[in-house]
Design a protein around this ligand. Sequence first.
Ligand code: AMP
Ligand code: GLY
Length: 427
Amino acid sequence: MTETVLLVGGGGREHAIARALADDCDLYACASNRNPGIASLAVGFESLDETASEDIVAYAEDVGATLAIVGPESALAAGVADALDDAGVYTFGPQAEQARIETDKAFQRQFMDDNDVPGNPDFETFDDTEAACDYIDAYGGDLAVKPAGLTGGKGVKVIGDQVDKEGAKEYLREEQYDRIVLEERLVGEEFTVQAFVANGDLVTTPAVQDHKRAYEGDEGPNTGGMGSYSDTTFELPFMTEEDYADAVSVLEAVVDALDGYKGILYGQFMLTSEGPKVIEFNARFGDPEAMNTLPVLETPFLDVLAAARDGAPIPELAFAEQATVCKYAVPEGYPTDPDAGAKIEVDEESAGDALLFYASVDERDDGLYTTTSRSFAVVGVADSISEAEEKAESALEAAGDGFHIRHDIGKSELVQQRIDHMNELRE
Ligand code: AMP
Ligand code: GLY
């Protein structure tokens, strides 16, 4: 039987999902922006808001979807997986209650405590801005300041890194968030491990390192992620096999404690001198990390989705032993003052043998336009990180004017800095 799969979401992550699925099924997709990469791979593409559960269910029924996969967290939070499941379309993505592991950071930390999930930093939750400010004043060290709800990765401020105590309090007083989590600042190197989860079973994928800060040298505001790399093995160059295994143990503890979780569980870790600690969990693929992981996955991704639906064990995953480097081109001014609605040129031919994934661009009758978010990414896949980086870099000739890019991602110099940093911390 040919499966009919509905993909929800129109970013780079979803273009990578579409590429991983399109050859093996009839793929339909819906998103608020018309992503030309997804539209060209899909049999049908509908412009629908990612959070419009009823419309998405109607589209799924219309096309006869036998499976669905949800890319963005906003859709999970809105209950799109619940609605599709209820309509009899098995959705690889957690229902809203389970997605709280991502969508409510206060719940996330308390859940870890209650279930003895390893790697939880010290934390406190506040629903009063002034009480949070008093805590900041009284606390002996540095804290990470987080709104409890979703902010597209842009709401966190780390004291001693992006702000001082006064700046953190000013930020909280300005934003007046309903709930705030203050937690111990973790120091080390960040990495991501993503797992496929269904029926209490979990299979993990190679570690990836994202680059959150907007500018080269890890300067500037936090973004959704400017680019990322993975190595030929499951670890990154600054990690040991034990570090990776420790991260997997954390994800296993989460799956054990979360009843009925299905979809992707994304663990973001800080590798500290004491091993991996949890920065956060996400209830979906990372963006950009999906663009590192799916291109090297040799097992058909469709087989994972079908096994999950059918209650079969998730297949053992085979990965090409290749490194990947992903670099995003984003609108000038992103993330604080993005130049949205600008007409752009992306020359697909220039990408050569690198992969090109469209993200939050909108294809209109007269061409391609930016939105407020990231525009497109290139991914080099090769035998080493430095070769993959060179491929990504030459593919960036695809970018016309008006983009900002972090060229330092995946360069030997920056990777070596990560290794040196970890060595220093571990001394
Ligand atoms: P999040 O939205 O939770 O992924 O946080 C965004 C970024 O803030 C992370 O990628 C980290 O760089 C930083 N961050 C979050 N929590 C902490 C923490 N407890 N200690 C240090 N940095 C953190
Ligand atoms: N790259 C981080 C995220 O997807 O949240």
